[in-house]
Design a binder for this molecule. Structure first.
Ligand SMILES: [Zn+2]
Length: 109
């Protein structure tokens, strides 16, 4: 029969093992958080860079209107396609759509 001291040592081993399992879980969570942080930092850099493109946006190239969303998001010059000319609530508008990103807007003329 084990002494009380020996039994207490066994309890200490058990509690220590439990903390080891807890440690593994914490390390896994830290690794996941670091991965998420790296992705967020990469997105932040990309967003900051895209905002700088605003000053270089050219709305019309060779007589073709350009998509502001494509330029800001990806730096791509995408042509806007005229899809309609009409009157909406007593306003004459020209409607354009971007086939790349789906930007769809009517403009007063
Ligand atoms: Zn677009």
């Amino acid at each position: 029969m084990a002494t009380i001291s020996e039994q207490l040592k066994q309890w200490a081993i058990q509690f220590s093992n439990d903390r080891g399992i807890e440690k593994d879980g914490i390390q896994r969570e830290i690794a996941e958080a670091e991965t998420r942080l790296a992705l967020l930092n990469a997105r932040l850099v990309e967003v900051e860079e895209s905002r700088l493109r605003q000053s270089t946006f050219i709305p019309e190239r060779d007589g073709v209107y350009q998509c502001p969303r494509c330029w800001i998001r990806t730096g791509t010059a995408s042509a806007l396609k005229p899809v309609a000319i009409g009157v909406v609530v007593d306003r004459e508008i020209d409607q354009f759509v971007c086939s790349t990103c789906g930007f769809d807007e009517g403009f007063d003329v």
